[in-house]
Design a protein around this ligand. Structure first.
Ligand code: PGA
Length: 256
């Protein structure tokens, strides 16, 4: 197993942007531009956009994802959304533990783990985000932190389930800032994630897991980033809101 045999996944993370009508229009614009992709193409959209997005993406190679999922199957959790609700709509992927959720909504390594387990149990493919802050990087904790976050997120996940798990290395200091990690920094961070998976599951399994880079990936820098041996695609925020830019990133990952 090596990079060439791992599945590259380019996933857009729309965050809190686009109404259902706007979602439909953007997907219609994207469809022809990404039709020839030789990688997995995913758009993770706000919950209320999901039905319109699924409808618009029908018959195309675009898969639809959500941006969060609750860790219980049902119950008294006002305002939350369960995996089976998403699954029934046709959702395939779900972002879990994005740094904005960790920063603003009290997400912890433990809740990230519980959400990951619930997603897998409900038949969704989790895109689990890990990443260090600038302060943690400057203190020299990047490797320790990425390994810890990765292992915590995957606690009780079976080796056989890892084929459905994507990990996104997203340095917090690179998200939405326009400051991209260098290709070498991205490769190193992704390598730490893969090493953590190897420590927990063995090197052979680790070689099969898709590890994305995310953080100011754009049409200009995508090619260099996805060319790195440990970078299997990307989680794209800002640039996934522009059809032409997103299409360039998809094509960079297809050429790798
Ligand atoms: P960005 O966001 O591409 O806008 O930096 C990436 C992310 O938050 O997933």
């Amino acid at each position: 197993m090596n990079k060439a045999t791992r599945k590259a996944v380019i996933a857009g993370n729309w965050k809190m942007n686009k109404t259902p009508a706007e979602a439909k229009a953007l997907i219609e614009e994207m469809k022809p531009l990404v039709a020839g992709a030789d990688c997995e193409v995913v758009l993770c959209v706000p919950f209320v956009d999901i039905p319109a997005a699924i409808e618009a993406a029908k018959g195309s190679n675009i898969k639809i994802g959500a941006e969060n999922v609750h860790f219980k199957a049902s119950g008294a959790y006002t305002g939350e959304i369960a995996a089976n609700m998403l699954k029934e709509l046709g959702v395939e992927y779900v972002v879990i533990g994005h740094s904005e959720r960790r920063q603003y909504f009290g997400e912890t390594d433990q809740t990230v783990n519980l959400r990951t387990l619930a997603a897998l149990e409900g038949g969704l493919k989790p895109i689990v985000c890990v990443g260090e802050t600038l302060e943690q990087r400057e203190l020299g904790y990047t490797e320790t932190l990425l390994k810890f976050q990765t292992k915590m997120a995957l606690t009780n996940v079976k080796a056989s389930e890892l084929k459905d798990v994507v990990i996104a290395y997203e340095p917090v200091w690179a998200i939405g800032t326009g400051v991209t990690a260098t290709a070498d920094q991205a490769d190193e961070g992704n390598g730490f994630v893969r090493a953590a998976i190897a420590e927990a599951y063995g090197a052979e399994v680790a070689e099969t897991v898709t590890v994305q880079y995310g953080g100011s990936m754009n049409a200009k820098n995508a090619e260099e980033l996805v060319a790195k041996v440990n970078v299997d695609g990307g989680l794209i925020g800002g640039a996934s809101l522009k059809a032409a830019d997103f299409a360039v990133i998809v094509s960079a990952a297809s050429d790798k």
